[in-house]
Design a protein. Structure first.
Length: 74
């Protein structure tokens, strides 16, 4: 995956949902639930594998802010 500020090889189980944004496995950190990306949804590689095998092209997704972000927006 490549973007303006990153270039990562072999990103596993990438499922693109909007332009260059994807849900994918992340082997380079374990900070899931903490904002660490430029818009992608990082998940553990084994969870990404399960989701990749389960979802078909066109499966609707909903992405929303976490509880902490919603509380801080008030």
């Amino acid at each position: 995956m490549r973007g303006a500020d990153y270039d990562l090889a072999n990103v596993p189980y990438a499922m693109y949902y909007h332009r260059g944004y994807a849900i994918h496995g992340a082997y380079w950190h374990r900070k899931f639930g903490t904002p660490v990306s430029h818009g992608c949804v990082n998940v553990a590689v084994d969870h990404a594998e399960w989701l990749f095998d389960w979802a078909s092209v066109g499966t609707p997704i909903v992405i929303h802010q976490g509880v902490e972000e919603l509380a801080n927006d008030e």
